[in-house]
Structure formats: C-alpha cells, structure tokens
Design a protein around this ligand. Sequence first.
Ligand code: FNR
Length: 193
Amino acid sequence: RRIRFLVFAASLRAGSLNHRLATLAATVIEALGGRVDFAAMRDFDCPSYDQDVQDLDGFPEGAQEFRRRLEANDAFVISSPEYNFSVPGGLKNAIDWVSRFRPQPLNERHGLLMSASPSMAGGNRGLWALRVPLEHLGARVYPEMFSLAQAHQAFTENGWFAETRLQVWFERMIVGFMDLVEAAKHYPCAKTA
Ligand code: FNR
C-alpha cells in the first residue's frame, strides 16, 4: 500500500499562493510514489467553536470532514498563510473543533508544514505558531518547515519554482518527510502502522 497524504492550503481565496505551494507539494509527492488526497480549506469550514453548540448539535460537517480526511490518510501537509504573525483563524478554528473528537485524530499523525507569502519572511512565524496546537495535540510535526518568501514571484507558469535551488531544497525536504512516514508504518505502536 502506498503512503497517503492529505494535502491542503489553509487559504480560502481563489488566487492563493499557498494553494499553489500545496499543489506543487502534491505534484512532488505523487512523482515520488505517494498518494495524494487534495482538500480545500472550504471542506473544513466550521462555525466559531462553541461548546454549547457541540453539546446540543454535535460536530459541524466541516469538522467531521476534517476528521474523516485525517483518518483516511497516513499524514498531512498544510500550506498556511501567516496572518498577523500567527495562524489564520479558520485553520485554528478547524483544529479546535477536530481536537474535541475522541479518539483525537491529530494524535500521533505525521504532518509537514509550509507557508507562502509575498513578504521576505515567507510566513515562517505563522508556522511556529501553528506547531504549538498541533504538537500539543500529539501530531508528529516534521522538524523542517518550508517558507516561501516573495511567493508572488517564485513560480513559473507550469507551477514549479523559478529557482532550481529552491526546487531541490523543497524536493529534498519532501523526500525526508515521506521516508519518515513510510518508516513510521513499521513502528510497533504507531497509529500509521
Ligand atoms: C496578511 N499577510 C501577512 N503576510 C505575512 O507575511 N505576515 C503577516 O503577518 C501577514 N498578515 C496578514 C494578515 C491578514 C489578515 C491578511 C489578509 C494578510 C499577507 C499574506 O501573506 C498574503 O495575503 C498571502 O497572499 C496570503 O496567502 P494566500 O491567500 O495567497 O495563500
């Protein structure tokens, strides 16, 4: 069985730079023999978390879908914008909802984080903020992260990086992550086994 990756961009807008980066990650994963389940952030759209709503009505469709897709895959890849040096509210809200399921679907799941921004920092501070709830929930967040600076100028028309050096760096990181997810399937107590 080939390893399966849930890949999505945590942006809702049509021209999203993070969507382009997530698409390139999906292309590379497939070229390396992995299977990709490409999701849209809209699939995981949830009303603002409210415990009264959860107690009365249960989980919204977006949270149920997020759980289903996490559990249907071995690992996840998120390309997230940085909003005000932190995690976009929609993504944090979806994580808050999904954290209330038992068993909790992010626990022991491997994840790779990336970001794209027109700025020089490439959204990197947002990824450090995103690590906090994910690691708290037991996700195995890959140590290396990829932040694409000046992302509005970084892509060629066919969706690859204009700079070969970046493309090589990106592919090496994905190879490392895929190797880890593959190896984790053989750990005796891993969820992905
Ligand atoms: C931003 N942007 C932004 N960029 C950045 O590098 N650091 C930041 O802290 C912020 N903060 C921020 C807040 C809000 C509310 C918005 C709407 C935007 C700019 C952001 O990186 C840019 O809009 C990206 O293009 C968003 O990602 P997508 O939608 O292109 O994937």
